[in-house]
Design a protein around this ligand. Structure first.
Ligand code: MRU
Length: 349
């Protein structure tokens, strides 16, 4: 069932038993909802980007594992379902983080209690990400107060995260405070999450916006036509190095050259304290056909050799501030990022 409120754009709904996803591969042309049943179909939906964005693939996987545990609560069943979900995509740490939380909650109790324990944990993860989005929106908008031309990349709104998003939630909050705000959305080749999804969300929210080809961003920054860049994140290393959608690193370099703030926004579920730096982040390589095509049309030779890294790593020294629901690391360093993680979170009870 689709949401009623015109400005609500949740990527998924959970009725206590079943997960439904708005199939993001079909947006903006078609708003089709798909019903899921367990680990394998949820993992497949994550892999083909029917649901996407670091926090939302964690939430979807948490519900996928819950549905699998309802059917098969044995130790090995739980571990096997968790493996299938964890392996769906490699870069966003939220996926493994959410799956591990639900698996641990389930395995901590007897088999007959596992479905309820998993459901409670998945719902807590979802509620925590919703709360994080609101806190990020407020903190980020305070930080960027006065900035009016906000450039962003990929999609970091309600389609990607709990609540109204991470980086896009900040831009929406800024636009709510100041009607002079315009969001400059980069189209985000090859799968065009900016052109297809961010613009869809901005139109529904009634926020002024312009769409850019990715290659236009650096020149506009140099000409003084951008006040700040704000992006999301898929995995933040302990030292603040940040993996995000491919093309983010180029925006960070351009922002530094233009002397404008480059802000990363995301929940602390995206911080991977187990890795010292971004060199340890596994970058997902996706199919060559994503590069060969745009909007379903073949652009080049059908067998043109391609590289298709889906993410890149921006070194922490290019990041002005990391905005999370637990506060802001400005600049992000091992010390400031670890200090954030030590602060109590909204879902810590
Ligand atoms: O491949 P995608 O569409 O899942 O990539 C999404 C991004 O890179 C987002 O910027 C990131 O997940 C942050 S969303 C808060």
């Amino acid at each position: 069932m689709a949401p009623d409120a015109p400005n609500a754009t949740p990527a998924l709904t959970w009725d206590g038993r079943r997960l439904r996803l708005l199939d993001q591969t079909l947006l903006p042309g078609e708003e089709a909802w798909i019903a899921l049943e367990g680990a394998a179909d949820t993992a497949a939906a994550i892999a083909r980007l029917a649901v996407r964005g670091a926090p939302n693939i964690g939430i979807a996987a948490a519900y996928g594992l819950t549905m699998a545990i309802e059917r098969a609560p044995g130790d090995e069943d739980v571990r096997a379902a968790a493996r299938v979900l964890r392996d769906a995509r490699p870069t966003a740490v939220n996926l493994a983080w959410a799956v591990d939380r639900v698996q641990a909650a389930a395995l901590a109790v007897a088999p007959e209690q596992r479905a309820a324990a998993a459901r409670a944990e998945a719902e807590a993860i979802h509620a925590g990400e919703d709360a994080a989005s609101l806190a990020i929106a407020l903190a980020g908008a305070d930080l960027l107060s006065g900035s009016r031309r906000i450039l962003t990349h990929c999609n970091t709104g309600a389609l990607a995260c709990g609540g109204t998003g991470s980086a896009l939630a900040v831009a929406l909050e800024l636009a709510g405070r100041d009607d002079g705000v315009t969001v400059l959305a980069c189209e985000t080749r090859p799968l065009l999450q900016g052109a297809r999804l961010t613009i869809w969300e901005l139109r529904r929210a009634g926020v002024p916006h312009e769409l850019l080809v990715d290659g236009a961003a650096a020149g506009l920054m140099r000409r003084g036509e951008v006040d700040a860049v704000i992006v999301g994140c898929d995995r933040v290393a302990a030292n603040g190095d940040t993996a995000n959608k491919v093309g983010t690193y180029a925006h960070a370099l351009a922002a530094r050259a233009a002397r404008i703030p480059f802000i990363v926004a995301g929940p602390t579920s995206t911080i991977d304290a187990s890795i010292a730096s971004g060199d340890e982040i596994v970058i997902e390589e996706r199919a060559a056909d994503e590069v060969r095509h745009a909007g379903g049309a073949l652009l080049t030779g059908a067998d043109t050799p391609c590289r298709n890294p889906a993410f890149d790593v921006t070194p922490a020294e290019l990041v002005t501030a990391l905005v999370t629901e637990r506060g802001i690391a400005s600049p992000p360093t091992t010390q400031s990022v670890m200090a954030l993680l030590q602060r109590a979170g909204a879902d810590d009870g």
